[in-house]
Design a protein around this ligand. Structure first.
Ligand code: RIB
Length: 304
């Protein structure tokens, strides 16, 4: 493998039910459709990068099952390097997703399966030598991510941790990350306070200061339709959201992470990369599915 970006993370078969509205507790509603998509936060991020024309390697695990075959075929078609993906005796990861058409919001339950057995040893020294950027999320064991981030330090990799879904996140893993990308809910969990009212730079910085970070670490908070907040060298930049007609928001955070990494690799400017990724993520919500909704470079470049 000789990609400059490596994504260490999860891959799932997404089982998606679309319905007009969200059922109340105990209520049955008639859905509109059922579809399956290739998903998983790690795999979605790898597809986002590949569609932007940047070679990328994905490292993860799938089961010895039909879903595993389909998931790997899908990544191959997307030109993602999967040579370090391993098969596991556990079933492939699955995600049960409800998308509500009236609001375009979703609910997701993930069964980790093979993702829970992903191991940092799957990433070879050769991969770390070629990787300028390493990305991880929290659907694979956080202890393995921490080992990998520690190992990669001497190879000068820029380590991006997407804190989704926020669980089992140790302070030591946060310390090993150069950039943390989180959404508003994850920021509330990590800072112990829910920013309320207008999300101004002052409000967001107050929450971010509750998370013990060093001055060399940067944070990006994705704010859905409200845009993105970049916090670097103690300077906050609020990037406004873009006006699009949302169809399905699944994977938009992954699109942001992938697009940001691709653009940061090319130009090394975090704020510029966040402007670009904000556009890519806005485009992704206009299509159904997670990986399936990732935009191609031309679409992002020509957007607005
Ligand atoms: O971020 C969206 C992803 O979360 C879905 O593709 C699903 O598989 C879960 O990992």
């Amino acid at each position: 493998m000789s990609s400059e970006i490596t994504v260490f993370g999860s891959i799932n078969m997404d089982l998606v039910v679309y319905s007009a509205k969200e059922p109340q507790k105990g209520e049955t509603v008639i859905g509109s459709s059922f579809e399956t998509f290739q998903g998983g936060k790690g795999a979605n991020q790898a597809v986002a990068i590949s569609r932007l024309g940047v070679p990328v390697s994905f490292v993860g695990k799938v089961g010895n099952d039909v879903f595993g075959n389909e998931l790997l075929d899908a990544l191959k078609k997307e030109a993602v390097d999967i040579s370090a993906v391993q098969r596991s005796s556990e079933d492939s990861g699955t995600a049960f997703i409800n998308v509500f058409e009236e609001t375009s919001q979703n609910q997701i339950i993930v069964i980790l399966g093979a993702n829970a057995l992903v191991n940092s040893d799957q990433v070879t020294e050769e991969t770390l030598i070629s990787s300028k950027i390493l990305i991880a999320q929290l659907e694979t064991p956080s202890g393995e991510t921490e080992k990998l981030f520690k190992r990669s330090k001497k190879f000068d990799c820029y380590r991006i941790l997407n804190t989704a879904p926020v669980h089992n996140l140790s302070n030591s893993l946060m310390d090993e990350s150069d950039l943390l990308i989180m959404n508003e809910t994850e920021l509330a969990t990590l800072s112990g306070e829910s920013p309320s009212g207008q999300l101004t730079s002052t409000v967001l910085i107050k929450s971010l200061e509750k998370i013990a970070l060093t001055s060399s670490q940067s944070v990006i908070v994705t704010l859905g339709s409200q845009g993105v907040f970049v916090y670097e060298n103690k300077i906050g930049t609020l990037i406004p959201g873009l006006d699009v007609l949302p169809v399905d928001t699944t994977g938009s955070g992954d699109c942001f992470v992938g697009a940001l990494a691709a653009q940061y690799l090319a130009h090394g400017n975090l704020v510029d990369a966040a402007y670009f990724a904000n556009k890519a993520a806005a485009l992704s919500v206009t299509k159904k599915g997670a990986s399936a909704s990732m935009p191609f470079l031309e679409e992002v470049v020509n957007f607005i």
